[in-house]
Design a protein around this ligand. Structure first.
Ligand SMILES: [Mg+2]
Length: 133
């Protein structure tokens, strides 16, 4: 499995990497702009990401904008909803407004509320068939 981890804070990136490394190859980037670039490059290489975790609050480009752009890129590459990447928004702003915006405007798969734990991540990965059992 190929995984993209995006967070502007290094301790959050490293925590996600520690949790996800047993399940796949993790690439770490620091803002939405880098995430979009990495995502598009992987698609062009024919080796797309299976899972992307996007922090919402980031400088340069935030997670919501990156999410919208990533879904646009998938449509441009004729990837339909059955083949698109699983995208988890990672948010400290676990308010209804943020979550609704992420789901319905951006097209995320689900969200993870901080503090992120191994159990939360693994449960979500199971839910979306990224891992078995
Ligand atoms: Mg942040």
């Amino acid at each position: 499995m190929k995984i993209l981890i995006t967070d502007d804070e290094s301790h959050n990136r490293l925590l996600m990497e520690k949790i996800l490394a047993p399940y796949g190859n993790c690439d770490l980037v620091v803002n939405g702009k880098e995430a979009v670039e990495a995502f598009e490059m992987a698609l062009l290489d024919g080796d797309p990401y299976d899972l992307a975790c996007l922090d919402i609050m980031m400088p340069e480009m935030d997670g919501q904008e990156a999410l919208r752009k990533i879904r646009e890129i998938e449509r441009e590459h004729n990837i339909d909803e059955t083949q698109e990447a699983v995208i988890f928004m990672v948010t400290a702003l676990n308010t209804e407004e943020q979550v609704v915006q992420a789901f319905f405007r951006g097209g995320c798969t689900d969200y993870l509320a901080k503090p992120v734990t191994r159990d939360k991540v693994v449960e979500k990965m199971r839910q979306y068939n990224l891992i078995e059992e």
